[in-house]
Design a protein around this ligand. Sequence first.
Ligand code: 9WN
Length: 407
Amino acid sequence: MILRDAVRVLVSNWDGAHTVPSRRLYPHQWSWDSAFIAIGNARWSPRRARSELLSLFGAQWADGRVPHIVFNPRVPAGSYFPDQGFWQAKAPSGAETSGIVQPPVHALAAWKTHLAEPDTAFLRRIYPRLVAQQEFLRRDRRSPEGLISVVHPWESGMDNSPAWDRPLRAVQAGGASGFTRRDLDSVSADERPTDRDYAQYIELATAYRDSGYTDPGAFEVEDPLFNAAYGLAESTLAKIANTLGLDAEPHEREAEAITLAMVEHLFDGGLFQARDVRTGELTDTASAAGLTPLILPGLPADVAEVLIATALDRFQIKDLPLPSYAPDTPEFDPARYWRGPSWINVSWIVWQGLKDRRPDLAATLADSVLSAVVKSGFREYFDPYTLRGHGCRDFSWSAALVLDMVA
Ligand code: 9WN
């Protein structure tokens, strides 16, 4: 029943070559959403999974960046804010896009799509594009410590996480006004970022856009989830290279290097922290992003053990679908977006990381996610305690990743 409903959501959000995250709230194609959606679609329609990824990478820029939004020209401009008129960016294919990126979870999606239905022609097409995506990050976003930075909270995918409160203090939002938020047309304001958050998001995006999408501007942060995704992408590219008879070693070396750099610079006691590149400080926060390095195959066992202890103790993963922010903090809010609610994609990443290390906990976490969906449907996020659904309904990655978890 739940599987049939999940497929129904994905079918109703399919737009011919890609899937929208949500018909009303997010009517275009989003980068990391497409990767998660492909992982779910691979379970019942590998053809759609391949199309999802190839259509996204069809809008890749010449510098290798994969934009976080690819606008659908058939959807009226202004249905989503900020729209293509704001970003003023075009891919070589002619597609109108945003100019920022999201966590690079796409190599994993391509690999899982191939495993579901082996197709080396697909792998051969997507591999150079995945490599170019990583090269962009190395070239434009690498710090002297060897870590990758995000230059906008939207790039982290966890937009209003309390982890960004402090780095955002450096952002003056005086200039950003006179825009109309469209997200509040369909979701209640107390479940979304605040107006002040939006003023800062627009200020930062405007400055980056006006620099020709080159100058990092006032926000530059090394996020553990983004870096874990980048490292996992290298391990996965090694597998893809092996399958294609190409040299896997550079990927293996890079995966190892990023894992070491993360442990050295971001691991802080119980959790990985984000580091503010401007000040050099760790954020000292409690985001579930700090648990996601569990997905790195080369993470030292003692570090993984500490993360698992934190997941049990502070994030209560024996009893709750993983909260996006630790409930034992004053910032925790069970309903407001990335400040506490459980999201299925972050739970799925941690579940992946637990599957080999602690299959018992992975199974418990999958059960909690399933309970949330059984109670409230494929909502965007959930109150970790009551499992009440929040944000939009029929959210694509919630459906896709449940399909993958129960398969
Ligand atoms: C801005 C589409 C996206 C997700 C992000 C999530 C949310 C957008 C927004 O929706 O962000 O990119 O308008 O709030 O935070 O992770 O990719 O589902």
